[in-house]
Write a protein of this length. Structure first.
Length: 141
């Protein structure tokens, strides 16, 4: 499972700056300047710890994979970058084993899984979709 400490530890170990910044188009943005990365967070748009964890987890996926895009990029490029970041999150934090543990503990609905993982529903749904639709995992068996 993902904890904010994972985010801060990874950023510290990889010299990634975490910069509070307001009036951004999104809650979080990862940027690269030369070889350095920075993650900008707009705390005025982040209304809960669960949302903060989801944003940090996702932005960590961008920084870890280098899956970045320009704001004016074609939709296809943006989606490819987002898919790579989401895939990284699934492979590192919302793993097959993590889902199986949640299901074994009785958490089956999306909202329940969101509470179990303490991440936004959209992040859990992205990971579940990745495992079932893209990797062929059957959680019912």
């Amino acid at each position: 499972m993902f904890e904010l400490s994972h985010f801060y530890d990874y950023c510290q170990q990889n010299n990634i700056d975490i910069i509070p910044f307001t009036e951004m188009p999104a809650e979080g943005i990862t940027m690269r300047i030369s070889e350095d990365y920075a993650i900008f967070l707009d705390f005025t748009k982040i209304k809960s710890t669960r949302l903060l964890k989801g944003i940090c987890c996702h932005e960590l996926g961008h920084a870890s994979t280098g899956a970045l895009h320009q704001v004016c990029s074609p939709y296809e490029t943006i989606e490819r970058s987002e898919h790579r970041a989401n895939r990284w999150v699934a492979e590192h934090f919302l793993t097959v084993d993590a889902f199986r543990e949640a299901f074994a503990a009785g958490y089956t609905e999306l909202w329940q899984l969101s509470e179990y993982f303490d991440l936004p529903e959209k992040d859990v749904k992205n990971a579940q979709s990745y495992w079932t639709e893209h990797r062929g995992i059957d959680f019912n068996s």
